[in-house]
Design a protein around this ligand. Structure first.
Ligand SMILES: Nc1ncnc2c1ncn2[C@@H]1O[C@H](COP(=O)(O)OP(=O)(O)OP(=O)(O)O)[C@@H](O)[C@H]1O
Ligand SMILES: [Mg+2]
Length: 474
């Protein structure tokens, strides 16, 4: 049982006893308190999972005691029992943290239902706590002993204390989001919301409402008003992931939010003010996007208050072995596989590899290797699936050769030479295949926006882009 110890607090002896008897029959460990003072003494001595709390007590007001309980670090779940009740009083108690509100006379069945709900609730809270601890301790720790990572950690510590806007730039998989989360966790806003928006994954027609919310009836399908991500992040931090992907119209609106910290919901006229710390990430070179007039310069300056550059993993090889160790431990724990060690050859292969997918690639390689290695085995080179070590970038001649091989029967073109469109299609499909169908990763690999990739694929399938059916990854 998730709930074991319960206090029953009530001035009326008969109703207290009947409730206690029922709880004892259900095998709960029950402590009986006729006054707030006695209940307080119980809470001082032991941890209780729940308290049934009458509102009318001889030495004080039950609502005040309910508020007092909420301040305790190990607060028990509070169920209010009232002789007579009103909706206002019930709402007041729930607002003050009560789990449920029962009006006498209540049946054993009613208490049974409340207890079952309470059991489930406590269980979920415990599972959630365990999961978040696990994620916090292992998965979100930013590891690295290279000089680059040490400098980065130092910068994070300095910047986290401030509310300054941060722009994190780096190749795909280098840990930009991990850095954003580290900044958030070390900031004074760590207890406030952290809201992430993946600018590349939200269809263009929905992104403004996703950012700023909408009023009821603002557009077809807006049946209710909805708060946007900026409103939800109020008091906390917003992560604008892949910021380079937003349209010029939205860039202008975002500029205003960054300057004034205010906006209107789509279809609304009321100005909403927010206090939000902004962190943005990009794996494109934003300065180049500015030069090419794809990204507003004024917005770039507003975002780039503190620039953070994350170097690719191939430029900080010291980190490879440290990360390998962490990932081996993490995945052997997760999959219940005990690994004896790693061969020198496999270790050297990891060090020599060029890691185009950076830390994410290393993480995936190690997870697969741990699974393939099996219980009580040594992790060997063949488990890594990295046959080519440090492949040089293909020369244009090599690309030409590969193209000729890929299009042996090209006809209908002068000299059997493939058209540019054919080469592009072949290249896009090859990238998609390489990324096992993951469009986000393929788009990054090809250095195009996910939208461009999506449109190309629709073109090949002979369909029109219908953004509604795309999975929105936020
Ligand atoms: N220094 C690090 N220590 C531990 N784990 C890391 C580190 N850097 C990255 N990771 C892990 O690698 C994975 C990829 O990192 P992350 O998602 O932050 O990359 P990214 O730069 O945002 O990639 P993308 O551009 O593709 O969105 C995550 O699981 C992250 O926890
Ligand atoms: Mg990311």
């Amino acid at each position: 049982m998730a709930i074991e110890k319960i206090i029953v607090l009530g001035a009326d002896l008969t109703s207290r006893y009947s409730l206690e008897n029922y709880l004892r029959r259900c095998r709960y460990d029950v402590a009986s308190a006729s006054t707030i003072a006695v209940a307080r003494a119980f809470l001082g001595k032991d941890n209780f999972d729940a308290i049934f709390l009458d509102l009318k007590l001889s030495d004080g007001d039950g609502t005040d005691f309910l508020k007092e309980i909420q301040m305790r670090p190990q607060k028990p779940l509070a169920v209010i029992t009232a002789g007579s009740g009103s909706i206002e009083s019930a709402v007041e108690c729930i607002k003050n943290g009560a789990f449920d509100y029962l009006i006498r006379p209540f049946s054993d069945e009613q208490i049974g239902i409340t207890l079952r709900k309470a059991e489930e609730f406590v269980r979920l809270i415990r599972v959630n706590r365990l999961l978040s601890q696990d994620t916090e301790e292992s998965e979100h720790n930013l590891l690295g002993n290279s000089q680059d990572m040490e400098n980065l950690q130092q910068l994070i510590r300095k910047v986290a204390r401030t509310h300054a806007t941060v722009l994190i730039q780096g190749e795909s998989g280098t840990g930009k989001e991990a850095i954003a989360r580290a900044l958030f966790r070390q900031s004074p806003r760590a207890r406030a919301p952290f809201i992430k928006v993946n600018c590349a994954a939200i269809p263009e027609n929905l992104i403004e409402s996703e950012f700023f919310g909408h009023e009821k009836g603002a557009f077809t399908g807006a049946v209710n008003k909805r708060e946007g991500r900026f409103e939800l992040a109020h008091g906390g931090t917003i992560l604008l992931d892949e910021i380079s992907e937003i349209s010029p119209a939205l860039q202008a609106k975002l500029l205003r939010v960054l300057q004034e910290r205010e906006f209107e919901r789509v279809g609304g006229s009321r100005t909403i003010k927010v206090d939000v710390r902004v962190i943005a990430t990009t794996n494109r070179n934003l300065e180049q996007s500015v030069e090419r007039k794809e990204f507003r310069q004024d917005l770039f300056f507003r975002l780039n208050v503190v620039p953070v550059f994350v170097s690719p993993l191939r430029e900080r090889r010291e980190d490879v072995l440290l990360l390998k160790r962490e990932f081996m431990q993490r995945f052997s724990r997760r999959h219940g596989i005990n690994i004896k060690g790693i061969t020198d050859e496999a270790r050297q292969t990891l060090l020599n590899h060029s890691w185009p997918g950076n830390v994410r690639e290393l993480q995936n390689v190690i997870e697969r290797a741990v699974i393939l290695c099996g219980d009580n085995g040594m992790l060997e080179m063949e488990h890594l699936g990295l046959t080519v070590s440090n492949p040089p970038p293909p020369s244009s001649a090599a690309i030409g050769l590969a193209t000729a091989r890929a299009f042996p029967q090209t006809s209908g073109h002068i000299g059997g030479f493939p058209s540019l469109a054919e080469i592009e299609k072949h290249h896009i499909l090859a990238a998609l295949n390489h990324c096992q169908g993951n469009r986000t990763h393929a788009a990054k690999l090809l250095e195009v926006s996910i939208r461009t990739l999506r449109n190309k694929l629709h073109e090949y399938n002979g369909t029109t882009p219908a953004s509604q059916d795309e999975r929105v990854e936020v």
